[in-house]
Design a protein around this ligand. Structure first.
Ligand code: NAD
Ligand code: DAU
Length: 339
Protein backbone atom coordinates (compact mmCIF):
# COMPACT_ATOMS: atom_id res chain seq x y z
CA UNK A 1 0.00 0.00 0.00
CA UNK A 2 1.19 3.53 -0.75
CA UNK A 3 0.27 6.37 1.58
CA UNK A 4 0.74 10.05 0.78
CA UNK A 5 1.38 12.02 3.96
CA UNK A 6 1.23 15.77 3.46
CA UNK A 7 2.94 18.12 5.91
CA UNK A 8 5.29 15.32 6.94
CA UNK A 9 8.20 17.67 7.59
CA UNK A 10 6.23 19.36 10.37
CA UNK A 11 5.64 18.39 13.98
CA UNK A 12 2.84 15.82 13.94
CA UNK A 13 3.32 14.68 10.32
CA UNK A 14 6.94 13.67 10.96
CA UNK A 15 6.02 11.81 14.15
CA UNK A 16 3.26 10.07 12.17
CA UNK A 17 5.69 8.98 9.43
CA UNK A 18 8.11 7.56 12.02
CA UNK A 19 5.23 5.69 13.62
CA UNK A 20 4.02 4.29 10.26
CA UNK A 21 7.47 3.09 9.19
CA UNK A 22 7.87 1.39 12.56
CA UNK A 23 4.46 -0.25 12.82
CA UNK A 24 3.59 -0.92 9.15
CA UNK A 25 6.93 -1.71 7.51
CA UNK A 26 5.13 -3.18 4.50
CA UNK A 27 3.63 0.18 3.49
CA UNK A 28 5.30 2.88 1.39
CA UNK A 29 5.16 6.49 2.52
CA UNK A 30 5.39 9.45 0.16
CA UNK A 31 5.80 12.66 2.13
CA UNK A 32 4.58 15.82 0.39
CA UNK A 33 5.71 19.06 1.98
CA UNK A 34 6.20 22.62 0.75
CA UNK A 35 8.84 23.23 3.45
CA UNK A 36 7.39 26.46 4.78
CA UNK A 37 9.05 28.04 7.83
CA UNK A 38 7.48 25.19 9.85
CA UNK A 39 8.75 22.35 7.68
CA UNK A 40 12.17 21.00 8.51
CA UNK A 41 13.99 18.47 6.36
CA UNK A 42 16.53 17.80 9.09
CA UNK A 43 13.70 16.07 10.99
CA UNK A 44 13.37 13.56 8.16
CA UNK A 45 17.13 13.17 7.55
CA UNK A 46 17.35 9.76 9.32
CA UNK A 47 14.78 8.22 6.93
CA UNK A 48 15.67 9.95 3.66
CA UNK A 49 17.36 6.78 2.36
CA UNK A 50 14.72 4.40 3.78
CA UNK A 51 13.58 2.07 0.96
CA UNK A 52 9.91 2.61 1.85
CA UNK A 53 10.13 6.41 2.03
CA UNK A 54 10.13 9.18 -0.55
CA UNK A 55 10.16 12.93 0.04
CA UNK A 56 8.62 15.31 -2.51
CA UNK A 57 8.80 19.06 -2.08
CA UNK A 58 5.44 20.27 -3.31
CA UNK A 59 2.75 22.81 -2.41
CA UNK A 60 -0.62 21.07 -1.93
CA UNK A 61 -2.20 24.08 -3.69
CA UNK A 62 -0.22 23.26 -6.86
CA UNK A 63 -2.91 21.37 -8.76
CA UNK A 64 -0.72 20.34 -11.68
CA UNK A 65 2.05 19.12 -9.38
CA UNK A 66 -0.36 17.23 -7.14
CA UNK A 67 -2.09 15.53 -10.10
CA UNK A 68 1.28 14.53 -11.58
CA UNK A 69 2.32 12.98 -8.28
CA UNK A 70 -0.95 11.03 -7.95
CA UNK A 71 -0.57 9.82 -11.54
CA UNK A 72 2.92 8.58 -10.74
CA UNK A 73 2.37 7.17 -7.24
CA UNK A 74 -1.24 5.95 -7.41
CA UNK A 75 -1.68 6.28 -3.64
CA UNK A 76 -4.15 4.12 -1.72
CA UNK A 77 -4.39 6.47 1.25
CA UNK A 78 -3.90 10.22 1.65
CA UNK A 79 -3.44 11.72 5.11
CA UNK A 80 -3.51 15.50 5.07
CA UNK A 81 -1.48 17.14 7.84
CA UNK A 82 -0.28 20.04 5.67
CA UNK A 83 -1.52 23.31 7.09
CA UNK A 84 -0.63 26.67 8.44
CA UNK A 85 -1.03 25.77 12.09
CA UNK A 86 -0.25 28.73 14.36
CA UNK A 87 -3.16 30.80 15.66
CA UNK A 88 -1.02 33.91 16.34
CA UNK A 89 0.26 33.95 12.76
CA UNK A 90 -3.31 33.67 11.46
CA UNK A 91 -4.18 36.79 13.44
CA UNK A 92 -1.21 38.56 11.86
CA UNK A 93 -2.12 37.47 8.29
CA UNK A 94 -5.04 35.13 7.52
CA UNK A 95 -4.51 34.86 3.74
CA UNK A 96 -2.04 31.97 3.58
CA UNK A 97 -4.25 30.05 6.02
CA UNK A 98 -7.16 30.20 3.59
CA UNK A 99 -4.91 29.25 0.71
CA UNK A 100 -3.23 26.18 2.22
CA UNK A 101 -5.87 25.00 4.66
CA UNK A 102 -8.92 25.38 2.42
CA UNK A 103 -7.74 25.50 -1.21
CA UNK A 104 -4.96 22.97 -0.58
CA UNK A 105 -7.46 20.54 0.93
CA UNK A 106 -9.76 20.88 -2.09
CA UNK A 107 -6.88 20.25 -4.53
CA UNK A 108 -5.90 17.07 -2.68
CA UNK A 109 -9.48 15.82 -2.66
CA UNK A 110 -9.91 16.61 -6.37
CA UNK A 111 -6.81 14.52 -7.04
CA UNK A 112 -8.32 11.72 -4.93
CA UNK A 113 -11.50 11.85 -7.00
CA UNK A 114 -9.61 11.90 -10.29
CA UNK A 115 -7.24 9.05 -9.52
CA UNK A 116 -9.29 7.07 -6.99
CA UNK A 117 -8.18 6.25 -3.46
CA UNK A 118 -9.27 3.92 -0.68
CA UNK A 119 -9.23 6.58 2.03
CA UNK A 120 -8.69 10.33 2.37
CA UNK A 121 -8.07 11.44 5.95
CA UNK A 122 -8.27 15.05 7.09
CA UNK A 123 -6.28 15.91 10.21
CA UNK A 124 -8.38 18.57 11.89
CA UNK A 125 -8.49 20.22 15.28
CA UNK A 126 -10.70 20.67 18.33
CA UNK A 127 -10.47 24.42 17.66
CA UNK A 128 -13.27 24.08 15.08
CA UNK A 129 -15.66 23.78 18.05
CA UNK A 130 -14.66 27.19 19.44
CA UNK A 131 -14.17 27.27 23.19
CA UNK A 132 -15.85 26.21 26.42
CA UNK A 133 -16.39 28.41 29.50
CA UNK A 134 -13.87 28.09 32.34
CA UNK A 135 -16.62 27.68 34.95
CA UNK A 136 -18.32 24.66 33.30
CA UNK A 137 -15.91 21.75 33.77
CA UNK A 138 -18.82 19.40 32.99
CA UNK A 139 -18.87 20.48 29.31
CA UNK A 140 -16.82 18.72 26.61
CA UNK A 141 -16.58 18.80 22.80
CA UNK A 142 -18.30 15.81 21.18
CA UNK A 143 -18.46 15.10 17.45
CA UNK A 144 -21.91 16.73 17.36
CA UNK A 145 -20.86 19.98 19.04
CA UNK A 146 -21.62 22.76 16.53
CA UNK A 147 -18.74 24.29 14.58
CA UNK A 148 -18.17 27.75 16.07
CA UNK A 149 -14.74 29.18 15.32
CA UNK A 150 -12.74 32.03 16.86
CA UNK A 151 -9.58 32.66 14.82
CA UNK A 152 -8.76 32.76 11.10
CA UNK A 153 -6.80 29.55 11.72
CA UNK A 154 -9.71 27.64 13.23
CA UNK A 155 -12.10 29.07 10.61
CA UNK A 156 -9.86 27.83 7.82
CA UNK A 157 -9.68 24.37 9.42
CA UNK A 158 -13.48 24.36 9.83
CA UNK A 159 -13.87 25.41 6.19
CA UNK A 160 -11.71 22.46 5.18
CA UNK A 161 -13.74 20.07 7.35
CA UNK A 162 -16.98 21.22 5.75
CA UNK A 163 -15.48 20.75 2.29
CA UNK A 164 -14.38 17.22 3.21
CA UNK A 165 -17.90 16.40 4.39
CA UNK A 166 -19.36 17.83 1.18
CA UNK A 167 -16.98 15.76 -1.01
CA UNK A 168 -17.95 12.72 0.99
CA UNK A 169 -21.67 13.25 0.52
CA UNK A 170 -21.73 14.72 -2.99
CA UNK A 171 -18.94 12.78 -4.69
CA UNK A 172 -18.80 9.70 -2.47
CA UNK A 173 -15.20 10.42 -1.46
CA UNK A 174 -14.24 7.80 1.17
CA UNK A 175 -13.10 10.32 3.76
CA UNK A 176 -12.68 10.54 7.52
CA UNK A 177 -11.88 13.50 9.77
CA UNK A 178 -10.17 13.53 13.16
CA UNK A 179 -10.26 16.50 15.53
CA UNK A 180 -7.51 16.44 18.10
CA UNK A 181 -6.64 18.56 21.10
CA UNK A 182 -3.22 20.20 21.72
CA UNK A 183 -0.24 17.94 20.99
CA UNK A 184 3.19 18.09 22.58
CA UNK A 185 6.39 16.10 22.10
CA UNK A 186 9.54 15.96 19.93
CA UNK A 187 9.94 18.17 16.82
CA UNK A 188 7.33 20.72 18.02
CA UNK A 189 8.12 24.07 16.38
CA UNK A 190 9.36 26.56 18.99
CA UNK A 191 6.65 29.16 18.27
CA UNK A 192 4.16 27.00 20.23
CA UNK A 193 3.68 27.24 24.01
CA UNK A 194 5.60 24.22 25.33
CA UNK A 195 8.75 24.32 23.15
CA UNK A 196 8.85 28.13 23.35
CA UNK A 197 8.81 28.05 27.14
CA UNK A 198 11.45 25.28 27.33
CA UNK A 199 13.81 27.11 24.97
CA UNK A 200 13.28 30.54 26.56
CA UNK A 201 13.93 28.99 29.98
CA UNK A 202 17.18 27.47 28.73
CA UNK A 203 18.23 30.97 27.60
CA UNK A 204 16.95 32.66 30.80
CA UNK A 205 14.65 34.75 28.58
CA UNK A 206 11.25 36.10 29.71
CA UNK A 207 8.41 33.58 29.48
CA UNK A 208 5.52 35.42 27.78
CA UNK A 209 2.25 34.20 29.28
CA UNK A 210 -0.82 35.62 27.53
CA UNK A 211 -3.37 37.37 29.76
CA UNK A 212 -3.44 35.77 33.19
CA UNK A 213 -2.39 32.32 32.00
CA UNK A 214 -5.73 30.83 33.05
CA UNK A 215 -6.73 29.47 29.62
CA UNK A 216 -7.04 25.69 29.56
CA UNK A 217 -5.80 23.27 26.92
CA UNK A 218 -6.24 19.48 26.76
CA UNK A 219 -2.73 18.10 26.13
CA UNK A 220 -1.97 14.86 24.30
CA UNK A 221 1.42 13.27 23.66
CA UNK A 222 2.01 13.33 19.90
CA UNK A 223 2.54 9.57 19.53
CA UNK A 224 -0.89 8.95 21.03
CA UNK A 225 -2.36 11.20 18.33
CA UNK A 226 -0.45 9.26 15.65
CA UNK A 227 -1.81 5.96 16.97
CA UNK A 228 -5.35 7.33 16.90
CA UNK A 229 -5.02 8.52 13.28
CA UNK A 230 -3.58 5.15 12.29
CA UNK A 231 -6.66 3.44 13.77
CA UNK A 232 -9.05 5.85 12.06
CA UNK A 233 -7.54 5.41 8.59
CA UNK A 234 -7.41 1.63 8.86
CA UNK A 235 -10.54 0.84 10.90
CA UNK A 236 -12.62 4.02 11.14
CA UNK A 237 -15.93 4.33 9.33
CA UNK A 238 -16.06 6.37 6.12
CA UNK A 239 -17.90 9.67 6.52
CA UNK A 240 -17.27 9.85 10.26
CA UNK A 241 -15.61 12.42 12.49
CA UNK A 242 -13.52 11.18 15.44
CA UNK A 243 -12.52 13.42 18.34
CA UNK A 244 -9.10 12.68 19.86
CA UNK A 245 -8.07 13.85 23.31
CA UNK A 246 -6.83 12.48 26.58
CA UNK A 247 -8.82 14.24 29.34
CA UNK A 248 -5.68 16.06 30.32
CA UNK A 249 -6.70 19.65 30.92
CA UNK A 250 -4.09 22.08 32.18
CA UNK A 251 -3.98 25.84 32.68
CA UNK A 252 -1.21 27.53 30.70
CA UNK A 253 0.35 29.02 33.82
CA UNK A 254 0.62 25.58 35.44
CA UNK A 255 2.43 24.18 32.38
CA UNK A 256 4.84 27.11 32.37
CA UNK A 257 5.57 26.71 36.10
CA UNK A 258 6.14 22.97 35.64
CA UNK A 259 8.72 23.68 32.91
CA UNK A 260 10.39 26.37 35.04
CA UNK A 261 10.71 24.03 38.02
CA UNK A 262 11.85 21.04 35.96
CA UNK A 263 14.64 23.12 34.46
CA UNK A 264 15.60 24.54 37.86
CA UNK A 265 14.84 28.15 36.86
CA UNK A 266 13.10 30.99 38.70
CA UNK A 267 9.42 31.88 38.35
CA UNK A 268 10.66 35.48 37.99
CA UNK A 269 11.14 34.67 34.31
CA UNK A 270 7.35 34.52 33.91
CA UNK A 271 6.09 37.70 32.22
CA UNK A 272 2.41 38.35 31.74
CA UNK A 273 1.85 39.95 28.32
CA UNK A 274 -1.12 41.31 26.35
CA UNK A 275 -3.63 38.58 25.67
CA UNK A 276 -4.11 36.92 22.28
CA UNK A 277 -7.01 38.54 20.37
CA UNK A 278 -10.14 36.35 20.56
CA UNK A 279 -8.26 33.95 22.87
CA UNK A 280 -10.19 30.67 23.32
CA UNK A 281 -10.74 29.98 27.02
CA UNK A 282 -10.89 26.22 27.30
CA UNK A 283 -10.68 23.18 25.03
CA UNK A 284 -11.77 19.76 26.30
CA UNK A 285 -12.39 16.70 24.16
CA UNK A 286 -14.80 13.88 24.86
CA UNK A 287 -13.02 10.89 23.23
CA UNK A 288 -15.80 8.35 23.94
CA UNK A 289 -16.50 7.62 20.28
CA UNK A 290 -12.95 6.67 19.27
CA UNK A 291 -12.58 4.69 22.47
CA UNK A 292 -15.82 2.74 22.01
CA UNK A 293 -15.51 2.17 18.24
CA UNK A 294 -11.77 1.73 17.78
CA UNK A 295 -10.50 0.92 21.27
CA UNK A 296 -8.17 3.94 21.36
CA UNK A 297 -6.94 5.27 24.68
CA UNK A 298 -4.04 7.65 25.33
CA UNK A 299 -1.02 5.74 26.65
CA UNK A 300 1.37 8.48 27.79
CA UNK A 301 0.57 10.20 31.08
CA UNK A 302 1.24 13.95 30.99
CA UNK A 303 3.70 13.70 33.90
CA UNK A 304 5.84 11.30 31.85
CA UNK A 305 5.28 12.91 28.45
CA UNK A 306 6.34 16.38 29.57
CA UNK A 307 9.54 15.03 31.17
CA UNK A 308 10.35 13.09 27.97
CA UNK A 309 9.67 16.23 25.93
CA UNK A 310 11.85 18.50 28.07
CA UNK A 311 14.62 15.90 27.93
CA UNK A 312 14.27 15.70 24.14
CA UNK A 313 14.80 19.48 23.81
CA UNK A 314 17.79 19.29 26.14
CA UNK A 315 19.34 16.56 23.96
CA UNK A 316 18.44 17.99 20.54
CA UNK A 317 19.84 21.51 20.52
CA UNK A 318 21.16 20.66 17.06
CA UNK A 319 17.53 20.45 15.89
CA UNK A 320 16.18 23.69 17.38
CA UNK A 321 19.18 26.00 17.54
CA UNK A 322 19.26 26.55 13.75
CA UNK A 323 15.50 27.27 13.82
CA UNK A 324 15.60 30.04 16.39
CA UNK A 325 17.71 32.38 14.29
CA UNK A 326 17.00 34.38 11.12
CA UNK A 327 13.31 34.51 10.18
CA UNK A 328 12.25 33.13 13.57
CA UNK A 329 13.85 36.08 15.35
CA UNK A 330 11.97 38.49 13.05
CA UNK A 331 8.73 36.71 13.92
CA UNK A 332 9.59 36.74 17.63
CA UNK A 333 10.26 40.46 17.60
CA UNK A 334 6.99 41.21 15.74
CA UNK A 335 4.97 38.96 18.06
CA UNK A 336 6.53 39.73 21.44
CA UNK A 337 8.57 42.94 20.98
CA UNK A 338 5.91 45.42 22.13
CA UNK A 339 3.57 43.14 23.98
P1 NAD B 1 3.30 22.26 11.68
O1 NAD B 1 3.11 23.71 11.45
O2 NAD B 1 4.37 21.81 12.63
O3 NAD B 1 3.59 21.54 10.28
C1 NAD B 1 2.89 21.85 9.12
C2 NAD B 1 3.63 21.25 7.93
O4 NAD B 1 2.86 21.50 6.74
C3 NAD B 1 5.02 21.86 7.70
O5 NAD B 1 5.96 20.85 7.43
C4 NAD B 1 4.82 22.74 6.48
O6 NAD B 1 5.98 22.89 5.68
C5 NAD B 1 3.73 21.98 5.73
N1 NAD B 1 2.96 22.84 4.82
C6 NAD B 1 2.40 24.04 5.11
N2 NAD B 1 1.79 24.53 4.02
C7 NAD B 1 1.95 23.61 3.03
C8 NAD B 1 1.52 23.55 1.69
N3 NAD B 1 0.82 24.55 1.12
N4 NAD B 1 1.82 22.45 0.96
C9 NAD B 1 2.55 21.44 1.52
N5 NAD B 1 3.00 21.47 2.78
C10 NAD B 1 2.68 22.54 3.54
O7 NAD B 1 1.89 21.70 12.10
P2 NAD B 1 1.51 20.54 13.14
O8 NAD B 1 1.41 21.11 14.48
O9 NAD B 1 2.34 19.36 12.86
O10 NAD B 1 0.00 20.24 12.66
C11 NAD B 1 -0.27 19.29 11.62
C12 NAD B 1 -1.76 19.23 11.39
O11 NAD B 1 -2.41 18.83 12.60
C13 NAD B 1 -2.38 20.55 10.99
O12 NAD B 1 -3.35 20.29 10.01
C14 NAD B 1 -3.02 21.07 12.27
O13 NAD B 1 -4.14 21.87 11.97
C15 NAD B 1 -3.42 19.77 12.93
N6 NAD B 1 -3.48 19.79 14.41
C16 NAD B 1 -2.41 20.22 15.13
C17 NAD B 1 -2.46 20.15 16.53
C18 NAD B 1 -1.30 20.60 17.39
O14 NAD B 1 -1.44 20.64 18.61
N7 NAD B 1 -0.14 20.92 16.83
C19 NAD B 1 -3.61 19.64 17.16
C20 NAD B 1 -4.69 19.23 16.38
C21 NAD B 1 -4.60 19.29 15.01
O1 DAU C 1 -6.15 22.55 20.07
C1 DAU C 1 -5.42 22.18 18.95
C2 DAU C 1 -4.57 23.34 18.47
O2 DAU C 1 -3.53 23.50 19.41
C3 DAU C 1 -4.02 23.12 17.06
O3 DAU C 1 -5.08 23.09 16.15
C4 DAU C 1 -3.03 24.24 16.70
O4 DAU C 1 -2.45 23.96 15.43
C5 DAU C 1 -1.96 24.31 17.75
O5 DAU C 1 -1.06 25.37 17.46
C6 DAU C 1 -2.59 24.51 19.13
O6 DAU C 1 -3.21 25.80 19.23
P1 DAU C 1 -3.09 26.72 20.55
O7 DAU C 1 -3.35 28.11 20.16
O8 DAU C 1 -3.85 26.13 21.67
O9 DAU C 1 -1.50 26.47 20.88
P2 DAU C 1 -0.35 27.47 21.32
O10 DAU C 1 0.83 26.60 21.66
O11 DAU C 1 -0.13 28.56 20.34
O12 DAU C 1 -0.90 28.10 22.65
C7 DAU C 1 -1.30 27.30 23.75
C8 DAU C 1 -1.83 28.22 24.83
O13 DAU C 1 -0.73 28.98 25.35
C9 DAU C 1 -2.83 29.24 24.33
O14 DAU C 1 -3.82 29.45 25.34
C10 DAU C 1 -2.02 30.50 24.13
C11 DAU C 1 -0.95 30.39 25.21
N1 DAU C 1 0.36 30.99 24.86
C12 DAU C 1 0.95 30.65 23.70
C13 DAU C 1 2.18 31.18 23.35
C14 DAU C 1 2.83 30.81 22.03
C15 DAU C 1 0.98 31.84 25.77
O15 DAU C 1 0.46 32.13 26.86
N2 DAU C 1 2.20 32.37 25.43
C16 DAU C 1 2.82 32.08 24.24
O16 DAU C 1 3.91 32.63 23.96
Amino acid sequence: MTMIVTGGAGFIGSNFIFYQLKTHPEDRIVCVDKLTYAGNLSTLAPIMEHPKFRFVRLDICDREGVYALFEEEKPDIVVNFAAESHVDRSIEDPSVFLQTNVIGTSVLMDACRKYGIVRYHQVSTDEVYGDLPLDRPDLFFTETTPIHTSSPYSSSKAGADLLVQSYCRTFGLPATISRCSNNYGPYHFPEKLIPLMIINCLHDKPLPVYGEGLNVRDWLYVEDHCKAIDLVIRKGRVGEVYNIGGHNEMRNIDIVKLIVHTLGKSEDLITYVTDRKGHDLRYAIDPTKIHDELGWLPETKFADGIQKTIQWYLEHRDWWEPIISGAYMGYYERMYGNR
